[in-house]
Each structure stands twice: as C-alpha cells, then as structure tokens.
Design a protein around this ligand. Structure first.
Ligand SMILES: Nc1ncnc2c1ncn2[C@@H]1O[C@H](COP(=O)(O)OP(=O)(O)OP(=O)(O)O)[C@@H](O)[C@H]1O
Ligand SMILES: [Mg+2]
Length: 404
C-alpha cells in the first residue's frame, strides 16, 4: 500500500509540474488513464490491507470466546462430578478474561505496528542510502584552490559500457578563461560536473592546484567554485532572498554590485517591488532569461576562485548579453573560468576555446587560431555569423529596393 502510494505521489507531482507540456501535447486523457491504473493498484492494496486487519482482530476474539466456552463446558462437567464448585468456575472464568484482555490488546497493537513498520521501512531505505561521493578519511582544506587544473587520463561514465569521457586529458592554467563548445550531448556539462566533484572520475585523476582533488574535502572544493547551471533554479522567496542564498552575510551594496555586473539590476529595478519582489515557486514568476540573470548574479556574489557558466546566458537577449560580457570581464580576470555556450559570440574573447565532441577534445586554440585552422569551429562560427548577418541585412535590403 505504501509503495503504491509513493508511486501516486510521484505521478501527480510530475504531472502538476509538467502541466504545460501535458496540455501542449494533449496528453490529459492518456495521463488520466495511467493515473487511474495507479489509483486502482492503491485501491486493491488498501482493500487487501483493510480486509486482513478486519479479519485479524475478530479471529483473536473468536479464539478467546472458544477458550471461555471450553472452560465453561469442562468446568460444568467437573461441577457435575463434584470436583469443582460453581464459585470456582466463576473465579476461573474471570481469571481467563483478565488474561485474554492483554492478548487482544497485543493483537490490536500488532496490527498497527505492521502499518508503522511498512512506513518505517520506506523511510529508512531513503535515509540509510549513502551518498556516492563523500570525504575520504584525512580529507583536508588547503585554504585556497587557486592554481592549475589538470585532467589526467580521466575516464567517466554514468552507466556502465556507455563511456562519456575516455582517457580525457586537459591542462588549464590558473587565471585562464576557457570556453567549452561542441555538439549537444558531447560531454561539456559532464566535464564541469566532474570538476565540481558532483561526480568523480572512474579512472584517472583530476588535480586542482597540485592536489589530487579526491584528497581534499568536498567543502573545500565546492565552496570555492561558483557554478551557474544550465537549468536555472530559484527558490520561492524574494529576489533578495535568492541573492543571499549563496552568501548570507552579503550587504545590500554588494548585492547591487553583483546584480549590476551580471546585468540583472536593470530588470529588477523595473519590477513592482524591486529586490523585494516574490519570485514564486521555482522562480516561475520570472522569465527564463531573468532567472538566468539572477542565478548568474548569485554566483558572482560568492566571489569564487573558479567560475563556471554552463549556458548561463542562453535565454538572454543579445544586447543584455553584450552588457553582461562587459561586466563579467572584471570578474573573469585572474580567475580560472569555464564558459560553455552554443552562441559563439559569447566566447570569442576566451583565452582558449576547446571543442568537445563525443567526450574528446577535437580542436583547441584561440578564436583567431581556430578560424585560421578552418576546421569544425570555423564552420560552426561562419554559419552562425552568416545567419546573424542575414538577419541584420534583410530589412536593409528590403528598404533600399523599395526606395529605388
Ligand atoms: N545523469 C545522467 N545519467 C546518464 N547519462 C547522462 C546523464 N547526464 C548526461 N548523460 C549522458 O552523457 C552524455 C554527455 O552529456 P552532457 O550533459 O555532458 O552533454 P553536453 O555537452 O553538456 O550537452 P548540451 O550541450 O546539450 O548541454 C550524453 O550522451 C548524455 O546522454
Ligand atoms: Mg550541457
């Protein structure tokens, strides 16, 4: 019953959070049918549980009644023979009742306990599960992780036999701005996830500032990396609460400065309540681009030693993006940073651009070098650039032909 119940909870949670997709793809009826099947399972399980517990107590009571009956019958027989007085039988029957009462009580408690045990089993199976990645014995905090980052023959997979990275090597110097580009599913997010130690390499080592990073404590690494993830997530509360999420002691001035650097200040000012505007559950009262700006500013505020932006400004308009780039330049100076982007205009200024395809580095160099090489990056860039040019020139061409 508990298992069926948790499936129902998971299902309606998924359907409510994904309600727009359900509506857009007109899945209402099909989902309702699936949900009905789940509630049917729950109904049957609950019915069986109720039936069993309804049966249990009467059975115990029936046995007690039989016991009393036997005492009365055998006692009566003995009284007839003169071996026992009526008073004796009476006393015996009341002793039996005294004894039966706790037994019935135990039966009732036992039935309730079964419910509790089933619930407890499910709770403990969750709380007892151990995180895959924990601090090794003797893990320490070196005080700073500023330094070179080296991936040494790293092999990694999420599922066995499906390697995402194989024998991957990369050397990033301190202070470099690295851009990771490449096709969808190539392994860019996986690389930065490994760097943040959300996952660990299955083989090989990652060195940060000379230390094998598995010798360091998780806190030492993660508290010094600022990561803006691909799918921005805000927590319900005000804009200000969300800024303070990463650094509780930030002053209002520092928050405004971070917001200015990341281009969020302008739109926040235009909100009715400014920094005190409620963002709604998961930040759903804001647009995706606005959420991205806030999560970018939130990361800026923590002043990390390593900065990672995974498609951090993909939903922001190009003008705002240019503003952010200007603001971020100060921040990225002397700070090792990784920028992942599909929009190549964002990464032109990176010290090194690394093309990742199928878990491997296929091209590496500055924007100018890669263009000169005329490889995959060149083709990607010229295609995006041409599209942009076409968009820019179209109205101009239309106007000039109309004029002539
Ligand atoms: N949690 C996961 N479990 C299993 N496989 C995963 C998981 N996350 C990613 N993968 C797989 O790993 C591969 C690399 O994914 P990754 O997210 O690193 O790609 P990406 O380069 O960031 O792509 P995108 O540009 O779309 O963000 C993909 O083939 C993907 O299917
Ligand atoms: Mg990704």
């Amino acid at each position: 019953m508990r298992k069926a119940n948790s499936k129902i909870t998971a299902s309606f949670n998924e359907n409510i959070t994904g309600v727009r997709v359900v509506k857009a793809l007109r899945r209402e009826e099909k989902n309702l049918k699936e949900f009905n099947a789940l509630t049917g399972d729950m109904y049957r399980a609950a019915f069986r549980a109720a039936w069993l517990s309804a049966l249990f107590l009467p059975v115990v009571q029936l046995i007690s009644a039989f016991a009393l009956g036997i005492v009365a019958w055998y006692g009566g027989y003995q009284a007839g023979l003169g071996g026992l007085s009526i008073g004796g039988i009476q006393a015996f029957i009341s002793y039996i009742t005294f004894m039966l009462w706790p037994i019935q009580e135990i039966a009732r408690v036992y039935a309730e306990m079964q419910h509790a045990i089933a619930s407890a089993e499910r709770i403990f199976s969750l709380t007892d599960s151990l995180p895959d990645i924990t601090d090794r014995p003797g893990a320490f905090d070196p005080g700073s992780i500023a330094g070179d980052i080296i991936f040494e023959h790293v092999t990694f997979f999420y599922e066995k036999n499906k390697p995402v990275l194989e024998d991957f090597c990369m050397h990033i110097k301190q202070g470099e701005t690295i851009a990771l580009v490449g096709p969808t599913g190539g392994g860019k997010t996986t690389i930065v996830n490994l760097l943040c130690r959300f996952y660990e390499p299955k083989e090989g080592t990652i060195r940060i500032a000379g230390y094998d990073y598995s010798e360091l404590s998780l806190h030492a690494i993660q508290s010094r990396i600022g990561m803006v993830i691909q799918t921005p997530h805000l927590f319900s509360g005000t804009v200000l609460d969300n800024f303070r999420y990463g650094r509780l002691d930030a002053t209002d001035e520092e928050i405004k400065e971070a917001a200015r650097l990341s281009g969020a200040h302008e739109f926040i000012k235009s909100l009715e309540n400014g920094y005190l505007e409620e963002v709604g559950e998961g930040g759903n009262n804001l647009s995706v681009g606005q959420k991205q700006l806030i999560s970018l500013a939130r990361a800026v505020l923590t002043q990390p030693e390593i900065f990672i932006m995974d498609e951090a400004t993909s939903s922001v308009d190009t003008l705002t993006e240019a503003l952010i780039q200007r603001g971020m330049q100060v921040l990225l100076e002397n700070r090792t940073s990784f920028i992942i982007a599909h929009r190549l205009s964002t990464i032109k200024k990176a010290d090194r651009i690394i093309l990742i395809d199928n878990g491997k580095i296929t091209e590496m160099g500055t924007h100018a070098q890669l263009l000169r090489e005329r490889g995959h990056y060149y083709r990607l860039y010229t295609r995006q650039f041409r599209q942009q040019l076409e968009r820019e020139y179209d109205p101009f061409v239309a106007q000039s032909t109309a004029g002539s």
